[in-house]
Design a protein around this ligand. Structure first.
Ligand SMILES: N[C@@H](CCC(=O)N[C@@H](CS)C(=O)NCC(=O)O)C(=O)O
Length: 206
């Protein structure tokens, strides 16, 4: 299989993490795609031009981290990050979708910062920076919840990727002054899948 990524994309990072978590490194080739470039050859592979994009052994392509992570996790028939019990666990699902929302906002902030300075919208930047702080407060309040302390699902991976992206991209360390979130981040950041996929220190999430 081939997994198209950029190394700054939080969504591609999630797919790369599942590859590591599920021991799929030998069967999934990671390929860096050229995104946001007119006439990129990548558009012949994935017309949307987004990453991540997975081409399976039959040559079928699929996009979106949510789908790709679920697909990779289920390849051995024993999904660990998409447990069947989670599909009807509304507490878990609220947690996962709040983490996705936080991640989306920080990605928007990073994308805005990647523009030339005179093209950036201060309104968008301020809006996303404030959203990130509110979401960090939300998770600080829940960091000791048994769900957050339990075995990681996608919700945990997404939250960890979002918080680390904010830090790496220059939006700030959202764990400062949030002791419980800091301690939660400390433990999840030790996972090999987190350590092996640390994004480069740049503002771009392309
Ligand atoms: N909902 C998608 C979002 C993917 C996405 O926005 N990827 C960005 C990188 S962070 C991208 O490919 N941007 C290139 C473009 O928009 O052309 C997912 O979860 O995979």
């Amino acid at each position: 299989m081939k997994l198209y990524v950029t190394y700054g994309s939080p969504y591609a990072r999630l797919a790369r993490m599942i590859v590591i978590e599920k021991g799929l490194e030998d069967s999934v080739e990671i390929i860096e795609a050229k995104t946001r470039t007119p006439d990129s050859p990548y558009y012949q592979i994935n017309p949307s031009g987004r990453v991540p994009y997975l081409v399976d052994d039959a040559g079928l392509g699929m996009e979106d981290s949510q789908l790709i992570c679920a697909y990779l996790d289920d390849l051995d028939g024993k999904p660990r990050f998409h447990e069947a019990s989670h599909t009807s666990d509304w507490t878990y699902l609220r947690f996962e979708f709040a983490a996705r929302s936080m991640c989306d906002g920080i990605a928007v902030w990073g994308r805005e910062m990647a523009r030339p300075e005179n093209e950036r919208s201060p309104t968008t930047l301020a809006h996303e920076a404030a959203r990130a702080q509110r979401m960090a407060d939300f998770f600080e309040d829940r960091a000791t919840d048994p769900l957050m302390q339990g075995p990681p699902g996608m919700a945990h991976l997404i939250l960890a990727v979002a918080v680390e992206m904010a830090h790496k991209r220059g939006l700030g360390d959202l764990t400062i002054g949030r002791r419980r979130l800091a301690s939660w981040m400390h433990s999840i950041s030790d996972r090999p899948s987190m350590r092996k996929t640390v994004p480069p220190q740049t503002r771009s999430t392309r």
